[in-house]
Design a protein around this ligand. Structure first.
Ligand code: SF4
Length: 98
């Protein structure tokens, strides 16, 4: 993916907890982004490390973590990690990616 300065490549990620199996693969791959809560499900974290538990909550994907987040989405057994472009909300990695 090329990096442009028009913001089109900025990505965000969210988790569909309804499908999360709680295995924790995402939190192993990218602990800066994903964390398991005491309910046994994975959630994304804000840039200041706050667990975001609202349904559909998103957090930005920093470029240095993109590979880890992409691998998390690919390996996620629940197929419930969605990575999408901020600009147009088009999913680029995850179950709804083209
Ligand atoms: S990898 Fe997927 S199924 Fe596993 S804990 Fe993370 S979000 Fe849930």
């Amino acid at each position: 993916m090329t990096v442009r300065d028009d913001g089109l490549d900025e990505l965000e990620v969210w988790i569909d907890q309804d499908l999360c199996t709680g295995d924790g693969i995402c939190a192993q791959y990218a602990p800066e982004i994903f964390e398991l809560d005491i309910d046994g499900l994975a959630y994304v974290k804000s840039p200041d490390d706050e667990l975001l538990q609202d349904k559909g909550a998103t957090t930005p994907v920093p470029l240095p973590l993109l590979n880890d987040v992409r691998d998390s989405a690919k390996e996620c057994p629940g197929d419930c990690i969605h990575v999408r472009r901020v600009a147009d909300k088009v999913e680029v990695y995850g179950p709804d990616a083209p």
